[in-house]
Design a binder for this molecule. Structure first.
Ligand code: SAM
Ligand code: SF4
Ligand code: SF4
Length: 337
């Protein structure tokens, strides 16, 4: 039986997000703007990254505390060599029930089948527009939608469950809300809209560029009527809506206009082994240094316990209340969303 631990706001630890690499083949304007992440940008070296052995050692510790869901992210996680071998090992850890990957889907055509066979359950695919001209701008690399759509097709054929995530930002892609909803309605894939967030220090976030959950609901409801649906489980981040004609559902992740910190059960590990208890944190806990000092399992267990039980993060609530916020934040491409 796993031991449940709760933080200072009585939240259990349930989901672990692991960034496996900080590199990415895209330069999405809201995440890795190419002016900052240019050709001379220094990414992590191989020895800075946690090895698969190190990741497995940590996940075995997290599983003791009731973590059942693992999400692999990045950067672009499918750029981490032999990712399927990591998934195979994660799948064999007692207590781990669900493994997902968040990806821009470009490498899914090559990898979907292998990942599914290794034990991957789900993919969250990021796609911010269905029209090429808009998508080519948002991904910062001029890449058209067809390789992503082919990646989605490959995931479907492999039998992976699919969610499609679209970040919505005013002036960038709000004209794609309806076309995206129309495209995915009735496919069985859930489309989720994500409010543009003030993650990191470089994406020039402004409150007036956020298209709120309320606005997104109105835009869709006017042409394709929807109604709110109950969450599937405690801590689900997306508010769900069903199409009234029974042709599926959409989700909206409203971390700016409707914070959900009170049910936040997520803990995040960066590719270089720093543990973060909030997406908007300034500093992490250096588990790589601890791991590389040759600790006993008990030492790892007590370090993780101490970090989680001391947690008080509720950045989005603080933002909404106008409370003071940290000046420096970790980058999204570093922690992986
Ligand atoms: N490269 C992979 C991908 O894009 O799916 C995984 C990493 S990416 C950082 C994870 C998610 O964070 C993506 O769905 C992306 O759209 C989202 N994201 C990045 N920056 C964001 C921002 N400023 N606001 C909201 N979502 C953001
Ligand atoms: Fe890369 Fe994902 Fe960030 Fe886009 S959102 S730049 S695909 S890490
Ligand atoms: Fe969780 Fe931090 Fe996001 Fe709140 S702001 S939901 S605590 S990650």
């Amino acid at each position: 039986m796993a031991e449940t631990i709760v933080d200072q706001l009585n939240r259990p630890m349930r989901d672990l997000r692991i960034s496996v690499i900080d590199k990415c083949n895209f330069r999405c304007t809201y995440c890795m703007p190419k002016e900052i992440f240019g050709d001379d940008y220094t990414f992590m070296s191989q020895d800075q990254l946690l090895s698969f052995d190190e990741i497995i050692k940590l996940v075995e510790v997290f599983a003791r505390f009731g973590v059942e869901k693992i999400r692999l992210t990045g950067g672009e996680p499918l750029m981490r060599k032999d990712l399927h071998l990591l998934i195979e090992r994660l799948h064999n850890i007692k207590g781990i029930k669900d493994i997902a990957v968040t990806t821009n889907a470009i490498f899914l055509v090559k990898q979907a089948k292998k990942l599914k066979e290794a034990g991957l359950d789900r993919v969250n695919i990021s796609l911010d527009a269905i029209e090429d001209e808009v998508f080519q701008q948002t991904n910062g690399r001029g890449i058209k939608t067809s390789p992503v759509l082919k990646g989605i097709e490959a995931a479907r054929e492999a039998g992976l469950k699919i969610k499609v995530n679209m970040v919505v930002k005013k002036g960038m892609n709000e004209n794609q809300i309806l076309p995206m909803a129309e495209y995915f309605k009735g496919t069985g894939d859930t489309l989720r809209f994500i409010e543009f967030m003030d993650v990191g220090n470089h994406n020039g976030w402004k409150m007036n560029e956020v298209i709120s959950k309320k606005d997104i609901v109105n835009i869709i409801d006017t042409s394709m009527p929807i109604e709110p649906a109950d969450p599937s489980y405690f801590g689900e981040v997306a508010s769900k809506y069903h199409y009234k004609d029974g042709s599926g559902e959409i989700g909206i992740i409203s971390s700016v206009t409707d914070a959900f910190c009170s049910s936040c059960t997520r803990v995040r590990l960066s590719a270089d082994g720093q543990l973060f208890t909030c997406l908007f944190a300034s500093d992490g806990y250096d588990l790589r240094a601890l791991l590389r000092s040759g600790p006993s399992v008990e030492e790892l267990v007590s370090a993780v316990k101490e970090i989680w039980t001391g947690r008080r993060d509720q950045y989005s609530v603080d933002r909404a209340k106008g409370n003071p916020l940290p000046k420096k934040k970790i980058e999204m491409s570093y922690i992986g969303g």
